[in-house]
Design a protein around this ligand. Structure first.
Ligand code: NAD
Length: 463
């Protein structure tokens, strides 16, 4: 056992932890990062955001080659799926990016420790790996240990046919029948991937709608489009059990029905990762949802111990964790740092994409906030027509008296990229009139945002 003294030890090398470590090093701190996996990047890079986006892109191209290229005058003959190559490309993208973070750590002179990190009293972290246990010490410790897939009583995960998103990122063959439990971000993204690759996908959702929390008009439109693409939704369906039956699986739902399938994807949310973190050693107790309580400065009740990302309150999103990572370190070093929780965008990377920032219409109604609404369909966009992707719309919500933009919700081509403009405008307190008067390039999809802003005042040009 040896001891090293740092200014900051970050436990967890995901988007929250590695970004915090880099920002701290930029600000002159002597930083260590403890990560149990052999590669940096956390769930997002290894088994989350990045690999799923690779699969979404590849499956969309496979699907387009079969269905829409001919309309562009491109003849490709018989289209066949080479799943091993598709999966290998995903692995290559992931390893390139994780190595990139390793290089950033070297450039910023961050000390990397591979092993399980555990708090061991004030300013002390024990790192356990195959090689034994060592002790590190620091004036500040940042917990950024992320989250893990939630389990569901009765669903017997076997790491193979009944699994979570981790297994669904690498099925060795296209399942003939896939049952997805949960119509949230993960269920829809990975459900769409395997549906496009040829699986018959049934999505079982406990609530009477998909994408809980999302603007319900946009979520309804998404359900209609995904149904048209071939996904089957069974809403208001609570899953009681799922178990293996030989090479097949049997999923039982509350009304007594059972569904036989080849694979099951459990996607009913994620829970904070606090296993064996030594929280007792510093007097931290979890809240009712298993999260680490923090104040506005991300400080836990233990002096010198901070927490960010999926282990604390707020949406479990990589970019939220990154913002917190920068804010916590800037607060420590410069005395100020800030995250605007009203403006954290969310994107579902299906086809079409769904993107959202600010308040939903449902939330405005519930709060009794007076608002005006402008929508613009991609059907009326020249660029969407040329691309051949006319499903969906942009919806803008602005305060009825001040005209300040309160929410923007998009379902349609490149929605995830388009929402960035809305985030920037809202961060600067823009009104819908401001956005409507900005000259947008023609022909682009971004004009749909301008048109939705015009529509708030009933003066969209092309609709
Ligand atoms: P989620 O919370 O988005 O959705 C889970 C769904 O499961 C909900 O609709 C819920 O009602 C349903 N559910 C719960 N219990 C059920 C039951 N017994 N039977 C049927 N349905 C049930 O969770 P997720 O999709 O697992 O994603 C986990 C986290 O990861 C989310 O916080 C999400 O923000 C994040 N994520 C984000 C992205 C992205 O940004 N594109 C992608 C993937 C995951």
């Amino acid at each position: 056992m040896s001891a090293s003294l740092f200014d900051l030890i970050v436990i967890g090398g995901g988007p929250g932890g590695y970004v915090a470590a880099i920002r701290a090093a930029q600000l002159g701190l002597n930083v260590a990062c403890v990560e149990k996996e052999p590669v940096l990047g956390g769930t997002c890079l290894r088994v989350g955001c990045i690999p799923s986006k690779v699969l979404l892109e590849s499956s969309e191209r496979f699907h387009a080659a079969q269905t829409s290229l001919a309309a562009h005058g491109v003849k490709v003959g018989a289209v066949a799926l080479d799943l091993p190559t598709l999966l290998k490309r995903k692995d290559t993208v992931v390893s390139t990016l994780t190595k990139g973070i390793e290089a950033l750590f070297k450039k910023n002179k961050i000390s990397r420790y591979q092993g399980h990190g555990r708090l061991a009293g004030a300013g002390k972290v024990l790192v356990t790996s195959g090689g034994g246990t060592m002790e590190l010490s620091a004036s500040h410790i940042l917990l950024a240990t992320g989250s893990k897939s939630a389990s569901l009583p009765g669903v017997e995960l076997d790491g193979d046919r009944i699994g979570t998103s981790t297994e669904a990122l690498g099925y060795p063959e296209v399942p003939r029948r896939l049952v997805v439990i949960g119509a949230g971000y993960i269920g829809l993204e990975l459900g769409c991937v395997w549906q496009r690759l040829g699986a018959k996908v049934t999505v079982l959702e406990f609530l009477d709608r998909i994408l809980p929390g999302m603007d319900s008009e946009i979520a309804g439109e998404a359900q209609r489009l995904f149904t048209r693409q071939g996904l089957e939704f069974r809403l208001g369906t609570r899953v009681k059990a799922a178990r293996r039956r030989g090479d097949a699986c049997l999923v039982e739902v509350e009304n007594g029905d059972s569904i036989e399938c080849d694979r099951v994807l459990l996607a009913v949310g994620r829970v904070p990762n606090t296993d064996d973190l030594g929280l007792d050693a510093v007097g931290i107790t979890l809240d009712e949802r298993g999260r680490i309580p923090v104040d506005e400065q991300f400080a836990t009740r233990a002096p010198g111990v901070f927490a960010i990302g999926d282990v604390i309150r707020g949406p479990m999103l990589a970019h939220k964790a990154e913002e917190e990572g920068v804010a916590v370190v800037e607060q420590l070093v410069k005395g100020h740092g800030h995250v605007d929780y009203q403006l954290i965008p969310g994107v579902v990377y299906t086809h079409p994409e769904i993107a959202t920032v600010g308040q939903s219409e449902d939330a405005l109604k519930q709060a009794g906030t007076p608002y005006r609404k402008g929508t613009f369909p991609f059907l009326a966009s020249g660029r969407a027509r040329s691309v051949g992707s006319t499903d969906g719309k942009v919806k803008m919500l602005a305060h009825a008296e001040t005209d300040r933009v309160l929410g923007v919700h998009i379902i349609g081509p490149n929605a995830g990229e388009l929402i960035g403009e809305a985030c920037a405008a809202m961060a600067f307190g823009a009104s819908s009139e401001d956005l409507a008067r900005v000259c947008h390039p023609h022909p682009t999809l971004s004009e749909a945002l301008k048109e939705a802003a015009l529509a708030v005042d009933g003066r969209a040009i092309h609709a």
